[in-house]
Design a protein around this ligand. Structure first.
Ligand code: HEM
Length: 408
């Protein structure tokens, strides 16, 4: 049947995305052009982008016309995507993130046991101990930057412990390499250097675990690979570690910070948690509905000419999913920060088969992180006006460069 949707084209992008733009202002601007629109991304890459909840769901949820395997991106196969594009490694390496169908299931199942609700509940005491230890280290009369002192190390230490990376220097190395790789302010050379260094750090980590195995995730994956290389190749082993580390820290860091700001600027909502009228766990969905840490997900590909909400995306072209376009959209979504709602109908953790693998862990990190922080420091307050907080310049992350707070 001929497709009847609008014929826009990647040859005529309607907008050049600017990672320095205010997330929701840019989302609203894009929405004016339609639900699926052709844009130029940071780094000169052309893609379609979704701007509404309906279009994002059409992409994320089971859709036989859409895939994640980059073999289906025609421009990439023609060698047209610059090597310095920040997401190139993430979207081309061999991992569950870039796989479809049986391959996706195989790669996801190898690690999904580590992230079940039951397994994550067992990590709660350790998570609480890390949070308390970090809070013990906060002090001083002047403002404290919550990002460096707490919001960053809490998820980073937790995820590193999953892998058996206990050396604080190695944890910092990984943090800096990831930060530079996705930093829109860094030069293309700096980003490429960081990507190479990151791969070397992960290869070194795998070698170290080969010599000194433990009961953590990396050693488990090495065992699987060594027993049966078809179940997990060496390349997939590296890609799996990479995607879990990449997906598992910066997102949670900014979820914690965005939600701290939301609570400090909505004292009525904070009071509900302090009084025990709402559980701290309700901050997770309230925070994701209000201010998503991951504003855009790259990449999916049209496997054939595909009509998405009335726009035809030609076969072989990429589609980015703008999660921020689906959230805090006064047309369709919740525009208030509201801890009394149990609505999980947001797509902050994605949807469909690639739904966030680490969501149970992220939920605990945010819940425990906030509960320990606000209990320890009942007089916590912003050290600057909310308008003075500076935002990260990033095509993917919606967060803050720092979060200065007075503890007392
Ligand atoms: C608040 C924190 C987090 C947010 C907002 C978040 C968000 C997301 C989203 C939107 C996706 C879907 C991507 C897509 O459809 O292409 C995703 C996938 C994923 N997330 Fe998270 N994430 C968070 C924390 C974590 C944590 C803590 C981990 C691991 C420890 C993790 C691991 C993953 C992995 C491995 C995938 C890929 C799953 C697949 O392709 O099957 N995430 N996440």
């Amino acid at each position: 049947m001929p497709l009847t949707g609008r014929r826009l084209s990647l040859d005529n992008p309607v907008h050049e995305c600017d990672p320095a733009s205010e997330t929701y202002v840019e989302a609203a601007e894009l929405r004016r052009y339609g639900q699926v629109v052709p844009v130029v991304l940071f780094g000169g890459v052309r893609t379609w982008i979704t701007t509404s909840a309906e279009a994002s769901r059409a992409i994320l949820e089971a859709n036989p016309d859409i895939g994640k395997d980059p073999a289906n991106w025609a421009a990439l196969q023609r060698g047209e995507i610059p090597g310095s594009w920040p997401f190139l490694t993430l979207i081309t390496e061999k991992s569950m993130f870039n796989a479809d169908g049986a391959d996706h299931l195989r790669l996801r199942r190898l690690v999904s046991h580590a992230f079940t609700h039951k397994r994550i509940t067992a990590v709660v005491p350790r998570l609480t101990a890390i949070a308390d230890e970090l809070l013990d280290g906060l002090s001083g009369d002047g403002p404290v930057d919550l990002k460096t002192a707490y919001a960053y190390p809490l998820p980073m230490r937790t995820i590193c412990e999953f892998f058996g990376i206990t050396d604080p220097d190695e944890q910092d190395e990984l943090r800096d390499e990831y930060a530079t790789m996705f930093d829109a302010v860094a030069t293309p050379e700096e980003r490429s250097r960081a990507a190479t260094a990151l791969e070397a750090t992960l290869v070194r980590h795998i070698e170290d675990k080969r010599r000194h195995p433990d009961d953590r995730l990396t050693s488990t994956l090495i065992d699987i690979h060594e027993l049966d290389g078809d179940r997990l190749t060496e390349e997939e082993l590296l890609g799996t570690l990479h995607i879990i580390l990449a997906a598992g820290h910066e997102t949670t860091v900014n979820a914690i910070m965005n939600t701290v700001v939301a609570l400090l600027t909505h004292p009525d909502q904070l009071a509900l948690l302090r009084d025990g009228r709402r559980p701290w766990s309700s901050t997770v969905d309230a925070g994701l509905r209000w201010n998503v840490p991951l504003k855009c997900v790259y990449m999916r590909y049209a496997l054939r000419d595909t009509d998405i909400c009335g726009t035809v995306v030609p076969a072989g072209e990429p589609i980015a999913t703008m999660i921020a376009g689906a959230q805090r959209n006064s047309d369709t979504a919740d525009a208030r920060f509201d801890v009394t709602s149990d609505d999980r109908g947001h797509i902050g953790f994605g949807a469909g088969s690639h739904f966030c693998l680490g969501a149970p862990l992220a939920r605990q990190e945010i819940t425990i992180g906030l509960e320990r922080l606000f209990t320890r420091y009942p007089n916590l307050r912003l050290a600057v006006e909310p308008e003075e907080l500076t935002h990260i310049v990033s095509p993917a992350i919606n967060g803050l460069t720092a979060l200065p707070l007075h503890l007392a």
